[in-house]
Design a protein around this ligand. Structure first.
Ligand code: AHR
Length: 691
């Protein structure tokens, strides 16, 4: 890749833990992507494209975990996203000096003030901060209180029960009744209301159900209000509001997003990052032990994408997410390197971090007789989780001191000694630009993690990269990748390039064991997005899958267990003019030829089906002559699942969530040999019944 020379900061700046900001690292690769926008495509030539699939040959087994998901706290993926909590800054830690996202409610002449107060921590918890309401002249009919408008609104739906909870205390003796409500932001419409309890002078946790009626209108223009009509001071801590969650899990996940994620049928989930694993500094890494147990015991921590994480989405929640998707965890453990460049020296100093990883694996897999297995049982999940893959770090190719080989070896030896069956993934030593910055030579990783963020033409140009890949090395885990056109979620053109790249993975299933697109989630509200190209978009009320999301689903849903040898010829080409480098703007590199069509074929013996996947990346229909060599019988009728649209820029949005979605129809005229016309700008899966 020519990525190295593109180090310009075209990015947003992200905050550093020690103050100041820096360019978001990954955009170095985006910068490389952006330069390729000057793309010229020529209409396909007239020669008839032909594809031969050799059924007589055994083919290559496809890993059942080929397609998975990658996740981290970015773009308000959890807080303000998948994690169903509706209250923003629930523990008043976002800013010690200012109750961000909270406002004061003062009605009919009632006056009040609010402030973050650190004088009265809730004893025995990780809640040092509270919100003080000073309400000297509240009185009947003159309600005062505190309000939170959530993550760009609180979603009100009819016939819905919300669970509100909070810690509260007053000053002095007596008891103050509190009213909890979900109401319009202007306070005029009350959607649900209940008595919150009588608050006295001791910190206590209160909990109440708020139910909306059947005739309530769906809105996001709402807020949660805790109010009183009694004069005095009230302190609040950890104010929480949960709607119904997926599978009704307490502290659970958002239903519509989980349905979309489950629908991808992912083989695995890579978590918790990404940059988010590493942290802005070693001290602010993802400390999994601090993400366990009741939420009031979780201190939360500064994230790596410009906002604080509540850690409501902790290690057990990730594992339950896997369980609910029937996906395997791919657990990334902190490997002693953080985003600010700190790296922990190999040897004695690294030992505590290795132990932290061993403890984490024990938490995931240990039975209840082990220390951390017992902790997991206390946290509510006595049964161990299956864990086959552990990744040591994330993107250590960025490390200037190049110490990964030693760090990997130390983690490797400790983990393999206790868990020889676990496959270890190295973040360096692959063939992408980043992971090639360092090598692991003292130990042999089971897999290497490669990352590819490209624009469409780059991705199309790279779609065959694994056809000529070194076969003798470790297997490849493409731990992050995406074609990146369209924001906040990618468009059809990106989906075509994604599909072309996935076809390459399938053809080379002997090399690529696993792959996961990134990032997975984005809150589309202003300020919600830190990374421009994402798979699933949402606001507080609804969500949608990008065309890339649908391409992912098509590739996973129609995946056989064997990849069939496929030979394509007379594929029409398009000319791609790569722009000059920054260093030599006067030297335009020669234009190169990039295929317009991409193919893969897999077979499921159990289903008696062949899945022929075809990408047509240009705006003209193209006919392909298909030869299923060695097939005994192929049914004349099959199925075609087609993702396409008239413009390559077409996309899905919150307001047009299903503009570009796959359409399934009957495919006729199939056989051992047939010709088929593939729509302009399309991804097609042909499902063939074959023996
Ligand atoms: O996917 C977004 C970011 O890209 C990840 O946090 C990081 O690993 C990569 O650089």
């Amino acid at each position: 890749m020519q990525l190295k020379k593109m180090m310009v900061c075209l990015t947003k700046r992200v905050p550093m833990s020690r103050g100041g900001t820096r360019c978001a690292r990954p955009r170095r690769r985006l910068a490389a992507s952006l330069v390729a926008l000057a793309t010229l495509s020529t209409p396909p030539a007239m020669a008839q494209t032909a594809v031969r699939i050799d059924l007589a040959k055994p083919g290559i087994p496809v890993s059942p975990t080929l397609y998975g998901q990658m996740t981290e706290e970015i773009n308000f993926s959890y807080d303000g996203g998948l994690y169903a909590e509706l209250v923003r800054n629930r523990a008043f830690k976002d800013n010690d000096g200012n109750p961000e996202h909270w406002s004061v409610v003062q009605e009919a002449g009632g006056s009040a003030a609010i402030a973050v107060d650190q004088r009265y921590p809730v004893a025995g918890t990780a809640l040092p901060n509270s919100l003080r309401l000073d309400a000297p002249n509240a009185s009947p009919g003159h309600r005062v209180g505190v309000a939170n408008a959530g993550y760009w609104g609180i979603p009100v739906k009819p016939n819905t029960s919300y669970r509100a909870s909070f810690y509260a205390k007053i000053n002095g003796a007596g008891a103050v009744p509190l009213i909890v409500s979900i109401e319009g932001v202007d306070g005029k419409t009350v959607y649900a209301q209940a008595e919150g309890g009588r608050i006295d002078g001791e910190w206590k946790r209160y909990s109440v159900t708020l139910s909306t009626a059947a005739n309530v209108k769906t809105t996001s223009d709402a807020r949660l209000v805790l109010a009183t009509e009694t004069p005095g001071k009230v302190w609040f801590s950890q104010v929480s509001l949960f709607p119904p969650t997926y599978k009704e899990r307490p502290n659970g996940l958002r239903v519509d997003l989980m349905e979309k994620l489950v629908d991808m049928k992912p083989g695995f989930l890579r978590f918790p990052g990404g940059n988010y694993l590493e942290g802005g500094s070693v001290g602010t890494r993802f400390k999994w032990k601090e993400t366990l147990g009741p939420i009031e015991q979780r201190p939360g921590h500064p994230g790596t994408w410009g906002y604080r994480s509540s850690d409501g989405m902790g290690l057990l929640e990730f594992l339950l997410w896997c369980e609910d998707m029937k996906a395997e965890p791919v657990l990334a453990v902190f490997a002693g390197y953080a985003l600010n460049g700190e790296s922990v020296p190999v040897g004695k100093e690294l030992e505590p971090f290795v132990q932290e990883a061993l403890d984490e694996i024990e938490y995931v897999t240990g039975d209840v007789s082990t220390k951390w297995g017992a902790q997991r049982a206390r946290d509510g999940h006595p049964a161990p989780f299956k864990l086959r893959y552990v990744e040591i770090g994330n993107e250590d190719g960025f490390e200037k001191d190049k110490t990964y080989d030693g760090r990997f070896a130390q983690f490797h030896d400790a983990i393999k000694a206790k868990y020889p069956q676990i496959k270890l993934i190295s973040t360096v030593g692959g063939k992408d630009w980043l992971s090639a910055q360092q090598k692991v030579s003292s130990r042999v990783p089971d897999l290497v993690d490669e990352h590819y963020y490209f624009n469409v033409m780059e991705m199309l140009n790279e779609a065959a990269r694994y056809d000529s890949y070194e076969r003798r090395g470790p297997k490849v885990f493409i731990g992050e990748w995406a074609a990146r056109e369209g924001e906040p979620t990618t468009n059809l053109y990106s989906a075509l390039a994604d599909a072309a790249f996935m076809a390459g993975m399938e053809r080379n299933a002997d090399v690529v064991e696993m792959a996961c697109y990134a990032p997975l989630l984005v809150n589309v509200n202003p300020g919600g997005m830190q990374w421009q190209s994402n798979l699933i978009g949402y606001d507080v009320q609804s969500s949608y899958g990008s065309p890339s999301y649908h391409a992912q689903k098509m590739f996973k849903h129609y995946l056989g267990d064997v990849s069939l040898p496929l030979h394509a010829e007379k594929v029409s080409m398009q000319s791609w003019q790569r722009p000059a480098s920054k260093e030599k703007p006067e030297d335009l590199p020669p234009a190169i030829q990039v295929p317009t069509m991409f193919f893969s074929a897999t077979r499921s013996d159990q289903r008696g089906e062949i899945y022929l996947k075809v990408v047509n990346s240009v705006g003209t229909a193209q006919t392909v002559q298909v030869d299923l060599a060695g097939a005994a019988k192929v049914a004349a009728e099959g199925k075609a699942i087609v993702l396409s649209s008239s413009r390559k820029e077409d996309t899905n949005t919150i307001t047009e969530p299903t503009k570009v979605v796959p359409v399934t129809s009957k495919a006729r005229g199939l056989g051992k040999q047939f010709s088929y016309s593939f729509a302009p700008y399309s991804v097609t899966v042909l499902v063939l019944s074959a023996k």
